[in-house]
Write a protein that binds this ligand. Structure first.
Ligand SMILES: C[S@@+](CC[C@H](N)C(=O)[O-])C[C@H]1O[C@@H](n2cnc3c(N)ncnc32)[C@H](O)[C@@H]1O
Length: 166
């Protein structure tokens, strides 16, 4: 597992990601959200501040514990597990946020993971997140991340209405 300590320190005081703020405006209802690879929990906080009743945050990095300790909001439920270990409930989430997180799952089991994510969305639920392109600078021999061509991403997104693809 990668050590995220420096990344977290760098990101500590930033604003919530713009893509998430945009996605929030498309949420038809705001009951439960899932934040995958939640890191410093900045996006989890923004989701709750936007009116969600609950956020489940998943991240397998041990360092996230400190952010959870300082979060002070009972509407957050944090699970220190990997995406693969999470038992995705069906038809549950109004929003699934995955900022710069899913590619770190690696190629093995990625398609199954994304199928579970889609099945976990409620009707009219919103997914926001990134895939890393094949030209990404991290796409080096031996990398254990997964990189996608645009056509592959569009295939993964099948069954969802694409609101914005950049
Ligand atoms: C690039 S950081 C992004 C963190 C945060 N979403 C942000 O945008 O600042 C990737 C995050 O995903 C988490 N992560 C990576 N692989 C994971 C996995 N397989 N299961 C759960 N979390 C994972 C890391 O611990 C890290 O917090």
């Amino acid at each position: 597992m990668k050590n995220w300590k420096l990344y977290f320190e760098k990101h500590l005081n930033r604003k919530p990601k713009e893509q998430l703020i945009k996605a929030l405006s498309f949420c038809a209802s705001k009951n439960v959200a899932l934040d995958l690879g939640a890191g410093t929990l900045i996006e989890s906080r923004a989701i709750l501040n936007n009116g969600f009743k609950k956020v489940i945050a998943i991240d397998n990095a041990p360092d996230v514990g400190l952010f959870v300790k300082n979060f002070n909001d009972v509407r957050l439920s944090f699970k220190n597990i990997s995406f693969k270990e999470y038992n995705f409930p069906k038809n549950k989430f109004d929003l699934i946020n995955a900022q710069y997180a899913l590619p770190f799952n690696g190629e093995k089991g990625f398609n199954t993971l994304f199928k579970k994510i889609k099945n976990s969305l409620k009707n009219k639920g919103v997914f926001v997140g990134q895939f890393f392109g094949v030209k990404d600078s991290w796409n080096k021999k031996g990398s254990d991340l997964v990189f996608h061509k645009k056509s592959e991403v569009l295939k993964l997104l099948s069954g969802l209405e694409v609101i914005e693809f950049i």
